[in-house]
Design a protein. Structure first.
Length: 215
């Protein structure tokens, strides 16, 4: 398969920028205000009528918080592995597992052990989250539900509802998270309902707030 030329890469930038801005829920006017680039220039850049330049792309990369290579969509050469730095927020560690701009992002999340479990402090924001517990016992508060998820359980919820994640017993918790931006649903479709070899039921195809991934 032929590698894309430089012209191919640059020609695809406009559509990628438009999709990224829409994923973020940002208008052209808002983007112009925060970057200092005129609305007409941004519009022409997204439509492909304006050739992308470093001067235009750098402020956009800062606003979207993505690497410049991802913003441009340049072909990756050599090592395909992802080497992204862990992020520490709210006393927890998030390890990025994906690097594409926009859409759904994957993280490994580590909640450290504490002498005593924290009291929930629910927050809200736009988007959807899907999570899978690897180790430990996760306490998930979403809306009026207060749930404990052991290893092997998954959950999906709308983050516009008040929600909080923490340890249910003070021990460390490790989980995988798929986070979808505004309007992006991050769920894994279950298999059709049928008995398993152990006689237990397989996951339902209908999305649920919490679903067990194996018997």
């Amino acid at each position: 398969m032929d590698q894309p030329t430089d012209d191919d890469v640059l020609d695809a930038v406009g559509a990628r920028l438009r999709a990224l801005r829409r994923d973020r829920g940002i208008t052209l006017a808002e983007l112009a205000s925060t970057t200092g680039v005129s609305e007409s220039t941004l519009s022409r850049l997204e439509s492909g009528q304006r050739r992308p330049s470093l001067e235009l792309l750098l402020p956009l990369a800062r606003i979207y918080d993505v690497p410049l290579d991802d913003l441009v969509g340049a072909p990756r050469i050599g090592d395909p592995r992802i080497h992204l730095k862990p992020i520490s927020r709210f006393g927890m560690t998030f390890v990025p597992l994906s690097r594409r701009p926009g859409g759904v992002h994957a993280f490994k999340m580590v909640i450290p052990a504490r002498p005593e479990p924290l009291e929930p402090t629910p927050q809200t924001h736009e988007g959807f989250e899907w999570l899978y517990v690897l180790n430990g016992r996760l306490r998930l508060v979403t809306g009026e539900r207060d749930l404990t998820l052991p290893p092997g359980e998954a959950a999906e919820f709308d983050t516009s509802l008040p929600h909080w994640l923490g340890s249910s017993d003070g021990g460390a918790v490790e989980l995988l998270i798929l986070f979808g931006l505004q309007g992006v649903r991050a769920h894994v479709q279950g298999e059709p309902h049928r008995p398993s070899r152990r006689g237990a039921s397989a996951p339902s195809a209908k999305p649920a707030a919490v679903r067990r991934t194996w018997p």
